[in-house]
Design a protein around this ligand. Structure first.
Ligand SMILES: Cc1ncc(COP(=O)(O)O)c(C=O)c1O
Length: 388
């Protein structure tokens, strides 16, 4: 089931990850974030959680580090450790890892936080105290950032406890508090009042803390939506995720274009082609019937690869650059496309499931989800092939 691509042996179905596009997207995002005008410039924490939104965490994070990303944002400590091991071996450039997940009571990962280049997010005084005690016991300092919940109601210090909690943390001698951050719930909507309120509340809190409790080297709140819609020079780091991979949080709500392009192209080949008479059914459950004698192309990609079954009878694929309707239920390993009665398609022809010419957000509109889920869902059996 192999063929060659850029001199590499690859499976018929694979995800091409274009690192040159990734670099350009990082540059575009950095430029956009820079327009806020923060004194001393803006640092970028590239969010590479969930396997870098499906693009392959290690390779993507290494590339982003080499392209100058100052921080890498992970979801949890498992990801952080894998990444820290990989980067240590594979790149000389340094990026800090900010774990956006939380530490828990069991003291799991305390040692890693104290001994590695991983910065922990703190959302509880109790845990902060335990981490501080652990760091003191091994005669080290743990570098941390404080996470404040201004409206997500997910994780982070709530607004009413934040001031006193951070005051308490500021007295813990074995914690080095490097930054403070919050997260928007609705920043993809330009001018959104709730996001505006989050921004104001967070800024008021941090200003107040900075004038009476402690200074923060890093202050940040913006994900992609915030970078586009809620610029503020008070904040000196941003945490883009989806825009690095070439998509906007919500195509319908973001009207401005900053020139980013999809990094991933999900590719395959026509593996099998057959003539099917009129009124024959295609695939499981007989959800499609041919309306004429036609040629059906079978493509070796299915929901086992992350190509959702909800796309059944609704998506298109590009074969040799031309769009064709998929027909019949998406199977675990296959999807079929109707290439017409006078088909020009041949076995082994190139198929694109999504990419620059048929962006993944189109699939998200069909299945009623967000583009994040489409790219994150590309499964582990899909080989990632990195090009530049
Ligand atoms: C805390 C945090 N910051 C930043 C991001 C990046 O968001 P986006 O992909 O919308 O840019 C995420 C992703 O969900 C997140 O959880």
């Amino acid at each position: 089931m192999n063929h060659h691509f850029h001199g590499k042996k690859v499976n018929y179905t694979y995800a091409e990850i274009n690192l040159r596009t990734l670099k350009k997207n990082l540059e575009a995002v950095r430029e956009e974030a820079g327009k806020a005008g923060a004194a001393g410039g803006v640092k970028v924490c590239s969010v590479i959680k969930s396997n870098a939104y499906g693009h392959g965490m290690n390779e993507t994070a290494k590339a982003l580090t080499e392209f100058g990303s100052e921080y890498l944002g992970t979801a949890d400590y498992r990801e952080s450790l894998i990444l820290s091991d990989y980067l240590k071996r594979r790149t000389k450039k340094k990026a800090k890892i900010l774990c956006l997940g939380i530490l828990t009571e069991e003291k799991k990962f305390f040692d890693e936080v104290v001994t590695r280049d991983i910065e922990a997010s703190l959302a509880e005084v109790d845990i902060a105290q335990k981490l501080n005690d652990y760091a003191r016991s091994v005669n080290k300092k743990a570098t941390v950032q404080i996470q404040v919940d201004t409206g997500m109601n997910r994780i982070g210090f709530s607004m009413n406890e934040a001031y006193s909690a951070i005051e308490a943390i500021s007295r813990m001698k074995n914690l080095k508090v490097k930054g403070i951050y919050s997260h928007f719930a609705t920043s993809e909507i330009a001018g959104n009042a709730f996001a505006g309120k989050q921004l104001k509340q967070f800024k008021d809190l941090v200003r107040c803390l900075e004038s009476s409790v402690m200074k923060f080297e890093l202050r940040h709140i913006s994900n992609t939506g915030g970078i586009l819609n809620f610029k503020d020079p008070y904040f000196n780091m941003v945490r883009p995720g989806i825009s690095l991979y070439g998509y906007y949080p919500d195509r319908k709500k973001v009207v401005r274009d900053i020139g980013i392009k999809p990094v991933m192209t999900l590719r395959s080949r026509v593996n099998f082609l057959k003539s099917v008479p009129k009124r024959e059914s295609i695939s499981y459950g007989r959800l499609h019937f041919t309306d004429k004698l036609t040629k059906i192309a079978s493509i070796p990609v299915g929901y086992g690869d992350g190509y959702s079954r909800l796309l059944t009878n609704k998506s298109k694929v590009l074969i040799n650059g031309k769009p064709y309707d998929t027909v019949g239920a998406v199977c675990m390993d296959w999807v079929m496309a109707d290439t017409g009665s006078s088909s020009e398609v041949n076995v082994n022809d190139e198929v694109i499931l999504f990419g620059e010419d048929y962006p993944a957000y189109k699939l998200s509109e069909i299945t009623g989800t967000i583009v994040y889920e489409i790219i994150c869902s590309v499964s582990s059996r899909v080989q990632r092939v990195y090009t530049y």
